[in-house]
Design a protein around this ligand. Sequence first.
Ligand code: NAP
Length: 497
Amino acid sequence: MSNKTLAQWSAMADGLQIEARAFIDGEYVAAASGNTRPTINPANGATLAHVASCGPEDADRAIASAKAVFEAGTWANLAPADRKKVMVRWAELIEANAEELALLESLDVGKPISDTLNVDVPSAARTIRWSGEAIDKFYDEVAPTSHDSLALVQRLPLGVVAAIVPWNFPFSTTAWKLAPAIATGNSVILKPASNTPLTAIRLAGLAKQAGLPDGVLQVLPGPGGSLGSHLARHMDVEGLTFTGSTPVGKTLMEYSGQSNLKRTFLELGGKSPNIVFADANLDKAAAMAATAVFYNGGQTCTAGTRLLVERSIHDAFIAKVIEHAKGWMPGNPLDPATSMGPMVDEAQFNTVAEYVRIGLDEGATLAFGGKRVACVDGGHFHEPTIFTGAHNKMRIAQEEIFGPVMTVIPFDTEADAIAIANDSIFGLAGAVWSRDINVAHRVAKAVRVGTMGINNYFGGDMTVPFGGFKQSGNGRDKSMHAFDDYTELKTTWIEFE
Ligand code: NAP
């Protein structure tokens, strides 16, 4: 744990050497076109680096390299115990370079340094180590066949996998994709989000240093519309793993159908219900209700943006939540005391501001926040914001805002709470707060989401799968279940003479 001050982090940032090239076939290289795109520090608008902007030509070169190393079996046919060694070394290198990675992520995304250092970077290292450690303990199956036959059910890697990730948790989301895909023997081409490519680029160099063969991991920064769609439509890409918005996820499914039916797994948006019953531990529930929305500036797919509160405690409970919201005022991300940074860019800030306007037009009450905050010149900082007097048909209750905006909806009965919670196109996450074990379990089971907390929000670790129901996606990151997204099941049937 670092105890650097704002001044020390700022000095370290000034001296940072930023690698901004693509990583293809084991080398850092410029885009074939020579094109670059500036990546901007959202806290102050400064240009951090001019990053290689790759296109189809670079993708074709990377895919050829990925395919060649896969077919040679250099990595795919390595004993799982040997793959494990490389992945554990890779995790150790992430830990050894934790401060640099945390700083890069904070500068590129606007995340508070205390989060990138204590959450994002350790979580990425843990993900890579966990998948590496798991892979040599993972047995295939022998089917229960008759006495004169034997059937093996084996998991085989897909081949070349493209991973396309968003900007809100760039480093940890990347690790959730790379760790199971690479552990199972695939060759992966990673396309980071255009506005947050820096830690992904650095991660590739550490993988090489750890001993990952050239071509097994390649990182291509570039635009989703041209580079991303080229990867998603390519006939030699056998798997596509995506985290991002629901509209882009739907397009990627179409690309799969138009090309080679590549296995396509999606982790998409959310509008998660956080349900508080009158008998809950209200102090803890209020603190976590604020954390559930304002952590990472609300730029979190699982954010508990719909706060469903039993009507009998509504006013007193919201007063407590507002007190906690005051602790989430944004600040300079490099200040270790900051809990919330800026919106990732001006477009995202404008989206949030537009939804505040929509909420007011729809007749909701602005109970807290709602405005820009002047923190650091050139940054896009938004107050934590709470709407009360809302109902679930409002756009601020149905649409993903992806900012620090909470919509509070009262309910009267357990059945009411479940019906409101499930009245959403999304099904990613949620939580229920009650001291009654019967209510808590009934509600947790009835709400149609991939992850549900009971008396906590954001619970979970590498041991459990993560993913969505409904239009929140179809894949699962984390745990042994993530291996399903990156492998085919192969049956070999033997008959004895
Ligand atoms: P996005 O616009 O869907 O972009 C995600 C990625 O897809 C970026 O790398 C983007 O590239 C690329 N892309 C865009 N259009 C593409 C296309 N036509 N073909 C191929 N790739 C394309 O999402 P975002 O705004 O970055 O991220 C926010 C969204 O991610 C939210 O909806 C959030 O809920 C979701 N999310 C979900 C999870 C989860 O696990 N369920 C976790 C985190 C975030 P460019 O950057 O170049 O546009």
